[in-house]
Design a protein around this ligand. Structure first.
Ligand SMILES: Nc1ncnc2c1ncn2[C@@H]1O[C@H](COP(=O)(O)OP(=O)(O)O)[C@@H](O)[C@H]1O
Ligand SMILES: [Mg+2]
Length: 298
């Protein structure tokens, strides 16, 4: 796997606030990497440092396995906040100005407008755009120059549900083209819906990181009951798809291993001649799981 970004022992303090606390991260090519944490956890500061907008107190980072170079900076596009577009100019004219700044050929404009689905509106003035369209134009601007990495900070803040869905879908589509994406968000479901990998930050500390499918999928419990609870508890232990079988009053509570479904469990029990009087999934809301993760490490 090709390393796109390595961060080593990065620190940044603002007075007594340790905004980034000894952060280590590795991001590989093709990752859609979510930096997830509540407000004030150090996400924007981290992005500022890796974009050389903020100076770290100590530690190091390197892009594409090299020390920081101007050439490498051109391979990174970012949408940190709304870029300044001219309200009375059209989408195309605004993008031409960005092409001039970046030294990119105007011929790219059509391509990026298609990607963000603004080609039909290319001649409309920026001031007539909805907030979601403005955000998409910002993404189009970042795509000029064909960067290899795209960085987003809270990409759906301030958008209505339709705008949120559009931006998330757009990010997923851009990722499918093989681009590496780094996305900071305080929204658990945003990271779950768009990212392949995640690092969870709290108060500048990394709590954990890994694949979204590993880190953010905590197995749900299943409740079961039958007329013969003792027999059920014995038989269920023979089933290979469960862990942690516990008796709680008149219920048996078990956890299913990844890849095992409630159907598998029920099918197994029927095969053993057990008729259930109760079978239910005990789902924790993801939001609760996230809150638990964040408080566990307090
Ligand atoms: N320029 C600054 N001056 C003082 N404190 C700052 C500054 N920027 C950020 N902070 C503080 O650093 C911490 C991390 O902030 P930030 O990186 O913006 O978090 P996030 O993006 O996760 O919300 C917060 O406590 C914030 O108040
Ligand atoms: Mg922020």
């Amino acid at each position: 796997m090709e390393k796109i970004l390595s961060i080593e022992n990065l620190n940044k303090k603002y007075g007594r606030i340790h905004a980034v606390n000894n952060l280590n991260l590795e991001i590989n090519r093709g990752n859609v990497f979510g930096i997830l944490g509540p407000n004030g956890s150090g996400k924007t500061t981290t992005l500022g440092i890796i974009l050389s907008v903020i100076n770290a107190d100590s530690g190091a980072f390197s892009w594409f396995g090299n020390p920081n170079s101007k050439e490498d900076r051109k391979k990174i596009g970012s949408i940190l906040e709304q870029p300044i577009f001219y309200p009375y100019l059209s989408a195309v004219k605004n993008l031409r100005i960005i092409c001039d700044i970046k030294g990119v050929n105007y011929s790219e404009i059509e391509r990026v407008l298609h990607i963000v689905d603004l080609f039909e509106r290319r001649d409309s003035k920026y001031r007539t755009f909805s907030y979601g369209m403005k955000q998409r134009l910002a993404i189009a601007a970042a795509l000029l120059g064909k960067p290899e990495v795209l960085i987003f900070d809270e990409p759906t803040n301030g958008l209505d549900p339709k705008g949120i869905a559009e931006i998330r879908e757009l990010i997923i589509n851009i990722a499918r083209q093989g681009m590496t994406i780094i996305l900071a968000s305080h929204l658990l479901d945003e990271v779950q819906k768009t990212c392949s990998h995640v690092a969870v930050l709290k108060n500048g500390n990394k709590l954990f990181s890994g694949k979204v499918s590993d880190v953010l999928s905590i197995s749900d419990a299943v409740e079961l009951s039958s007329n013969n609870l003792e027999l059920l508890s014995l038989v269920i232990k023979e089933f290979e798809g469960t862990t942690d079988v516990n008796i709680e009053k008149d219920l048996i509570v078990a956890r299913l291993k990844a890849g095992t479904t409630i159907y598998d469990l029920n099918y197994f029990l029927i095969g053993k001649g057990i008729v259930l009087t109760h079978l239910a999934e005990r789902k924790k809301s993801l939001e609760n799981q996230f809150l638990e993760l964040l408080t566990e490490n307090e």
